[in-house]
Design a protein around this ligand. Structure first.
Ligand code: GLN
Length: 194
């Protein structure tokens, strides 16, 4: 199965390694033609303002928006979460997002810990026998989910705030599941969503 990894800016390489390790074929996505064969897409962490600009200048924004509207499965992490949400708070005025999941996201606003922190998460729906083992999550200038639409499931929280959400074929994480050596979130995406 070919799974695209958006590679305009940010941390795409480790996502690609996770996908390879799980038996999928990662495809680097940098232009509209790269969308043709993919069955799913990972939008990595990085800088969402820059990614938004590069999505426009590469001509990817509109065709990707169409694929997402047609139900392309997507996993967005950190900046990827910001791009997949419906509204961005504390964004740049020209920054765009896809509205593929009904959440509003505030950039760089996780409590007072603006820079980075780590947390062990209990995740709803992890595979059998795995549910008791927490996922160690790394948060780097992480976004905060400020509004959750009615169709959105919250799969994990930190201090009562949603950090992992799903709506239909879209999963978003405020953290970086590609860092470290735990492929279970990518596995959940490939097995349950794609
Ligand atoms: N703060 C970044 C943004 O606004 C996201 C940080 C990340 O992806 N690690 O896009």
């Amino acid at each position: 199965m070919k799974v695209g990894v958006l590679a305009l800016q940010g941390a795409s390489a480790r996502h690609a390694s996770m996908l390879t390790r799980l038996g999928a074929e990662p495809v680097t996505v940098r232009s509209p033609a790269d969308l043709t064969d993919i069955s799913a897409l990972v939008l990595p962490g990085g800088e969402s303002t820059t990614m938004s600009q590069l999505l426009e200048s590469s001509g990817l924004f509109e065709p990707l928006s169409e694929r997402l509207a047609e139900g392309l499965p997507a996993l967005g992490t950190c900046a990827g979460m910001i791009l997949l949400g419906r509204d961005i708070l504390d964004g740049r005025s020209d920054q765009r997002c896809f509205g593929a999941i009904d959440i509003d996201v505030r950039r760089n606003a996780f409590g007072r810990q603006i820079d980075s922190f780590e947390a062990d998460l209990a995740i709803e729906g992890m595979g059998e026998g795995e549910g008791d083992r927490p996922v160690h999550a790394v948060f780097i200038r992480a976004p905060v989910v400020e509004r959750i639409g009615t169709g959105v499931d919250v799969l994990a929280t930190v201090e009562g705030r949603p950090v992992l959400c799903r709506q239909g074929p879209v999963i978003v994480a405020a953290f970086h599941p590609e860092l470290g050596d735990d492929p279970r979130l990518h596995e959940l995406f490939l097995n349950e969503v794609v």
